[in-house]
Write a protein that binds this ligand. Structure first.
Ligand code: SF4
Ligand code: SF4
Length: 376
């Protein structure tokens, strides 16, 4: 397969459980149409595996990329002569804590991989949805290739998080919150996400959908076994197929809307070649797309062809509120609210909704699922 054919192709494979041999066979299947790992990684190259480490969550919670996928991918890359680094900037929690709880330290202990701890920024110029300068983790400059190791989950802001949104973790620390604040509307923020993905240019993307997350993702949804691995050199094509597998209309996933505006290769399902398992066999008919994306005005508005009207109607999307029965007063939401509208005068947070940009960072990072969404 030529590079341009690869950009139009997505490989699907069954992977019914997190078992070493099963994962190895499935990963080999999704690498095969692209010439295998040895066609992607040359001996001596430094490869960053960039998992989804949203927070320090146990692998069984389905919040983060499963460590066994990372371990087997590391082994395959090492067999091809590459040197593996693993790193991501979590949304909450330190990278060191996330590496410990999410099983990354164990992968490192059992393979030749090393941790790549993000500590600094570097400016990248990008002309994607528009010309802009994006601050990415400076450590990206230390590796030759980025392998994007995503998790398939619902997402209250973007509809779905998979390959494209996973690259947002290449932005170091709290800068992520600043970019949320600067891009409060879902589509604007998604244009930014597309630009980050274009700036990082992952060599290859893999989605861990062995156990995905449905419902109120990306942090407190329900683990859902889909038994699938998906892969492509093109993260936009990969997400287009992941959306089709889980029953999302492309317009319900704002990162795909933004990719379609730019007419990026891979943003139209009809132009994508599926390798391995057929799309019909991979489709999940009853995937719960979550409270924002399912059966509400936001979903209908997302289907409108005119972006301006769409943005106005999507402006009616829900607000966050605190469930005082679940809230422990830990303060994580306070630390992560980019609009700084959360007050702690009492033992539970007080949200000044007049200044809320509805980025849902509070819901995403609340460790206790105590932030709910409601419509006013
Ligand atoms: S809402 Fe969640 S994050 Fe905020 S203080 Fe309560 S438990 Fe902590
Ligand atoms: S209260 Fe929550 S949704 Fe509103 S701006 Fe703060 S973090 Fe975002």
């Amino acid at each position: 397969m030529t590079d341009s054919e690869g950009q139009k192709s997505v490989a699907l494979a069954k992977c019914i459980r997190y078992h070493s041999q099963t994962v190895r066979l499935s990963l080999q299947q999704v690498f095969k149409p692209f010439g295998g790992v040895s066609n992607l990684v040359k001996p001596g190259q430094k490869v960053l595996l960039k998992p989804n480490l949203l927070s320090a969550a146990h692998p069984s919670d389905a919040v983060t990329t499963h460590p066994l996928i990372l371990k087997v991918a590391t082994e395959l890359i090492e067999e091809a002569g590459g040197k593996v680094y693993i790193g991501d900037s979590p949304g909450s929690d330190s990278q060191v804590k996330a590496h410990r709880v999410c099983g990354i330290d164990q992968v490192i202990a059992e393979t030749g991989a090393e941790a790549l701890i993000f500590t600094n920024h570097l400016n990248y110029e990008i002309k994607g949805t528009r010309k802009r300068t994006i601050q990415l983790a400076a450590e990206l400059a230390e590796v030759d290739l980025v392998f994007n190791m995503a998790k398939l989950k619902t997402h209250s802001l973007t509809g779905m998080t998979a390959a494209v949104k996973n690259i947002y973790g290449c932005i170091f620390g709290m800068t992520k919150g600043r970019y949320h604040f600067e891009n409060p509307m879902p589509l604007d923020f998604s244009r930014f996400l597309v630009d980050v993905c274009l700036a990082v240019k992952p060599t290859f993307s893999i989605i861990d959908a062995v156990v995905a997350m449905e419902g109120a993702g990306p942090r407190k949804g329900r683990p859902r076994q889909l038994g699938l691995l998906m892969a492509s050199p093109n993260p936009f094509a990969l997400d287009t197929v992941a959306a089709a597998v889980t029953g999302f209309h492309p317009a319900e996933v704002t990162t795909l809307q933004a990719a379609r505006e730019l007419q990026l290769l891979g943003s139209e399902l009809s132009a994508i070649r599926i390798e391995g398992l057929s799309l019909d066999k991979a489709r999940v008919k009853d995937f719960d797309k979550g409270p924002v994306s399912s059966g509400n005005i936001g979903r209908l508005a997302a289907l409108l062809p005119i972006a301006r009207i769409r943005d106005i109607l999507i402006g009616r999307r829900p607000y966050p509120r605190v469930n005082s029965e679940l809230c422990t007063g830990c303060g994580v939401c306070y630390e992560h609210c980019p609009a700084q509208i959360i007050d702690f005068a009492n033992s539970i947070p007080d949200l000044d909704l007049s200044g809320c940009i509805r980025c849902y960072c509070c819901q995403e990072f609340c460790p206790y699922g105590a932030i709910e969404l409601f419509r006013r």
